[in-house]
Design a protein around this ligand. Structure first.
Ligand code: HXC
Length: 511
């Protein structure tokens, strides 16, 4: 090998590493953003990154592009390891033509996606791009569609995670939208289908980039994004944390860590957590923190539809997906957003072999015209459908209310819940006692004393777990302080659960 070819190689590598040049890198830093390569260095274990296609260049010659080539063409791709397990990444380089997506830029992304699917390895996308490379026209639109097709092909095969770390607009938003999780960076990222100028022209609304599609908007209002982080480093560390709960692909089980926290640790505080007054709220997150390992809960969608809690944790070392009604918010009612949020989470967990742990305190579905006109029937059905089709281990604990249709929906025995427990404080009924008495003893409902007596009668009969337990709808009534132990034992028993379905093309989830 001649020394000149080695020098050429080194020069080419140095040119690729410089991306769009030091001035643009300085601009990126001044905006509080890391470069594409710096992000990769934070995401992966030290020195684990293997870069592909560093020397790829676009072939466009229109609009002066023949003189404007950059090795790598605005996206860094390859694989590295996270906690020792491989993951593929593409990281768009805003310093190169605004990270815009050309035909070759897309081909680089498609190449790692295809390999990830063949190898059963997750795909992480770090998005920071001005969208379709305008000089390339339809060729770049074709490139986007090639990526979209891979997003769909990979869905449910390998985990796909998107981090939005800069602009993401127009049709470009649909690639992240089809991935499993979207994280955003506060202040520097935004996602929208059309920007503020188009909005103003069409609807006459004046809105800033941030208000239209910033991290707060998508994690609190639209629910498009799952988590927001203060800066690039925090977001990338968030991805590392999330990955620790996920398997490499649907063909594998999630990683199990030796449990540090004693499996039979008791929580006497749980015996006192349910207030005497059934209408008084309490914080379901306290229950979660008592039953999981080491009080480490990776919440998904913490700021959206907080009447239901979703997130990952470990129980006895096993990765679990927790879904829990939150009596502190809207009394824990299921509404449109809660149903959408939880349904997608349940489907993700089921696709990737993560057991479902459901904590129930639900007074029912949210009433009202806003909910009915918004299609609560359709959205509520998503959650019902998701639980019913899920074939992973399903362990359920009713802490207090399990009323009406919401009782059925929340991983009940009838939807093939594997192990269904209730605390002695559980109330499993068609509705609350007073509402029930008003309907079935209508004649007595005008007289307060009689109504109270009738309500008490109904409460005495149904405000306990024993009627359901008598029918086997509840496998056991357990003491709150023992919940962790009993649920972990159930999860251990269910480790090798398998369910077979008759063949079909695919189901028809009520979208
Ligand atoms: C080519 C682009 C580009 C693009 C930015 N650049 N976007 N080059 N195609 N889409 C270049 C700029 O010319 C500039 O080059 C450099 O990137 C940095 O851009 P700035 O404008 O200086 O950066 P900033 O002020 O931070 O503004 C960022 C921006 C803006 C808001 C993203 O660049 C912008 O509005 N870009 C166009 C966005 C857009 O309309 N894209 C097409 C959308 S349609 P120099 O050489 O000056 O540094 C689309 C459809 C996808 O994406 C459909 C999929 C189905």
């Amino acid at each position: 090998m001649t020394s000149s070819i080695i020098t050429t190689l080194e020069e080419k590598r140095a040119a690729a590493r410089l991306g769009g040049g030091s001035a643009r890198i300085a601009k990126q830093h001044a905006q509080g953003k890391l470069t594409a390569r710096e992000r990769i260095a934070v995401l992966f274990d030290a020195d684990s990154f293997e870069e592909w296609d560093m020397f790829v260049e676009h072939r466009c010659t229109d609009f002066g592009m023949g003189d404007m080539t950059f090795p790598g063409d605005g996206v860094v791709t390859g694989y590295g390891t996270i906690h020792g397990r491989p993951a593929f990444v593409f990281s768009q380089d805003f310093t190169v033509l605004g990270g815009s997506l050309s035909e070759t830029h897309a081909a680089k992304i498609v190449k790692i996606m295809d390999q990830a699917m063949k190898s059963g390895i997750p795909i992480i996308g770090l998005n920071d791009s001005g969208g379709a490379r305008i000089q390339e026209g339809v060729a770049s639109l074709g490139g986007y569609a090639e990526v979209f097709q891979r997003n769909v092909d990979a869905s449910g095969v390998v985990p796909q995670i998107s981090v939005i770390m800069g602009p993401c607009a127009g049709g470009a938003v649909y690639s992240p939208a089809m991935t499993d999780f979207i994280f955003m960076v506060e202040g520097s990222s935004y996602m929208y289908v059309t920007g503020p100028d188009v909005v103003k022209t069409v609807t006459h609304e004046e809105v800033s980039h941030g208000d239209l599609g910033g991290a707060m908007t998508h994690t609190r209002k639209s629910g498009v994004a799952h988590k927001t982080y203060a800066d690039d480093i925090a977001a990338l560390m968030g991805v590392r944390a999330l990955m620790s709960y996920l398997p490499q692909s649907a063909a594998q089980k999630p990683p199990e860590l030796p449990a540090q926290d004693a499996i039979n640790r008791q929580s006497p505080a749980l015996d006192r957590i349910i207030p005497a007054n059934p209408n008084q709220p309490y914080d379901m997150k306290h229950i979660i923190s008592h039953i999981i390992d080491d009080d480490i809960f990776f919440e998904i969608h913490p700021d959206f539809a907080s009447n239901i809690i979703t997130g990952f944790a470990r129980m006895g070392g096993q990765s679990v997906a927790i879904i829990a009604n939150q009596p502190m918010v809207l009394a824990g009612c299921l509404d449109i957003n809660a149903a959408r949020k939880a349904a997608r989470f349940v489907r993700f967990a089921d696709a990737f072999n993560i057991p479902l742990v459901t904590l129930v305190d639900v007074p029912g579905f949210m009433p009202g015209t806003a909910q009915e006109y918004g299609g609560i029937i359709n959205h509520g059905a998503k959650l019902l459908f998701a639980y019913a089709e899920a074939s992973v281990p399903k362990v359920t604990l009713i802490t207090r209310k399990a009323y009406g249709g919401a009782y059925d929906v929340m991983s009940s025995k009838h939807l093939r819940g594997d192990v269904n427990y209730a605390w002695p404080s559980a109330e499993i009924a068609v509705m609350g006692a007073e509402g029930a008495a008003r309907i079935i003893f209508r004649a007595d409902s005008k007289d307060a004393d009689k109504l109270k007596q009738r309500s008490d009668e109904y409460r005495d009969k149904f405000a306990n777990p024993f009627i359901a337990a008598k029918r086997g709808y509840i496998d056991d009534v357990i003491m709150p302080h023992n919940s962790r132990f009993r649920m972990i034992r159930a999860l251990n028993m269910l480790r090798d659960k398998s369910v077979s379905q008759p063949p079909r093309k695919h189901n028809n989830l009520p979208l």
